[in-house]
Every structure is written in C-alpha cells, then in structure tokens.
Design a protein around this ligand. Structure first.
Ligand code: NDP
Length: 241
C-alpha cells in the first residue's frame, strides 16, 4: 500500500483534475478519483486509485466514496473540490436551467465535497482543502454572469473556511486560474460567447497547460502543515484582463 496520505479529487476525468491526479500519483499518493465519466477515470490507469462514478450534486454519493477510499487507504488528507462547469453566455438570453446547473455543480457541489472530509480533518487536526475558483472569482466579465457568481461564492466560502479551520490547523487553498487548455469550453452552448472567448484566447496566444496548475497545487500541499499558500492565481502571461 502507498505510504503517503490519500488525496481525493472531484472532476478528475479531464483537464485540471486529471493533471492533478497524475501529479499526486507520480508523487506516490493513493487517490480517490470522482467524476461522471468512469471510463475516463479508469483509463488514467493510475496505481492505488479508487475510481467512482459520482456526480458532485450527490452529497451522500461523495461521502460514501470517501468512506470507501479511507477504509482502503487511510484518512483523506487533501480534497480538491475541482469539478465545475462553465456555461458562459449572454445572460439576457441564457436558459435559467444553465444558471441552476452552474450553481448546483460549481457552488453546491464544492460544498458537498467539503462536507465529505471536513469533520475528519477537524478531528485529526490536519488536512488541506483545495477549492477551485477562477480568475472569474476575482473579477467579473459580462458574459460570465452566473459562472462568476459561482466562483465568487467559492472565494467567499474559502476565506471564511480558512479563518474557521485555521484553529484546527486545516489549510484552505483557493485556486484561481486564467485560461487553461482543457475541455472546459465544451460546455458553452452560446455560439456568440464561445466565438468571443476563442478570439480573446487567440489574441493572448492561447491558454497554458493544466499540468502547471497541478504542479503548483502539489508544491503548495508539500509545504509543512503550518505553512499555507492561501491562493494560487495563475494565468497566461498575456492574460491581463
Ligand atoms: P474540464 O471540462 O476538462 O473538467 C471538468 C471536470 O469536472 C471533469 O472531470 C468533469 O467530469 C467534472 N464535472 C463536471 N460536472 C460534474 C458533475 N456534475 N459531477 C462530477 N463531476 C463533474 O475543465 P477544467 O479542467 O478546466 O475544469 C476544472 C475546474 O477548473 C472547473 O471548476 C472550472 O470552472 C475551473 N477553471 C477552469 C479554467 C480553464 O480555463 N480551463 C479557468 C478557471 C477555472 P465528468 O464530465 O466526467 O463528470
């Protein structure tokens, strides 16, 4: 059995979650990998990795997977609340069902992942929560309205949790990337917004690899428990907006 602590990641089937799974696996951690596309989780072929098909909107499903992984690998020492969906759109014509989906996955889904591990971390007086926000959780864009709302939520909750959990020596790191090359744009159904996003992205020379985000998360995690990187804000150099 791996000697390093268990790391749990939501949304590990592609993009930043997948890159982070690979980075922590290479560093010798056992993993709990969650997403809806189980085939993609299993195709990663990582050792000591429990893969479970769980939608982050299913609070009990996340908790059950954590209990199962902890029985196999010991307590979860890191939860990366990463799963998210970016239905970027003109708010005036966007179907409110897309608002609901982003709020349920990006905001409530993050809280469901926190809930699955927080009590155990408090009891053990150690652990790390890594909360996936965005540069869109620091500033607004007119065609990211509800997406920004969900990411500002993650920022606010992370700051409050950081204060609350500091008394238990539990760390809270918020991750705020700019444009990263992933499958995130597949969720955009508004053709005009997608075209404008792609034009901006081309103008700055494209996004940067998800592995850069993963490496920073691993570096932050590897610091001693009494040292906290409060925020990782990483953008392409030419992304100044
Ligand atoms: P991807 O689309 O590649 O990855 C999204 C991941 O989230 C997938 O693994 C997907 O798995 C999972 N996911 C989505 N909905 C659910 C759900 N309901 N339940 C469980 N898992 C779900 O994009 P990214 O890697 O870019 O996105 C990861 C996070 O990074 C998101 O929170 C995103 O908002 C954030 N982000 C991304 C940026 C970028 O430029 N790429 C910039 C800033 C933040 P599956 O579909 O298999 O369930």
């Amino acid at each position: 059995m791996a000697s390093k602590p268990l790391v749990a990641i939501t949304g590990a089937s592609s993009g930043i979650g997948e890159a982070t799974a690979r980075a922590f696996s290479a560093a010798g951690h056992p993993l709990l990998l969650l997403a809806r596309r189980l085939d993609r989780l299993e195709a990663l072929g990582l050792p000591d990795a429990l893969c479970r098909k769980v939608d982050v909107r299913d609070r009990e499903g996340i908790k059950a997977a954590v209990v199962e992984a902890e029985a196999a690998f010991g307590p979860a020492d890191l939860m990366f609340c990463n799963a998210g969906i970016a239905r970027l759109a003109d708010i005036g014509r966007q179907d409110p069902l897309e608002w609901d989906e982003m709020i349920d996955v990006n905001a409530k889904g993050v809280m469901n992942a926190v809930h699955a591990v927080m009590a155990g971390m408090m009891e053990r007086r150690r652990g790390t929560l890594v909360m996936m926000s965005s540069i869109a959780g620091r500033k607004v864009y007119p065609d990211h309205t509800v997406y920004c709302g969900t990411k500002f939520f993650v920022h606010a909750v992370s700051e409050s949790l950081r204060e609350y959990l500091s008394a238990y020596d539990v760390r809270v790191i918020v991750v705020s990337p700019g444009i990263i090359e992933t499958e995130v744009l597949d969720a955009v159904t508004d053709a005009t917004t997608l075209a404008s996003y792609k034009a901006n992205k081309a103008r700055i020379g494209g996004g940067i690899p998800a592995s850069h985000v993963a490496d920073l998360i691993l570096n932050a995690y590897d610091l001693p428990q009494n040292a906290l990187v409060q925020e990782i804000c990483l953008t392409p150099t030419r992304q100044t907006y």
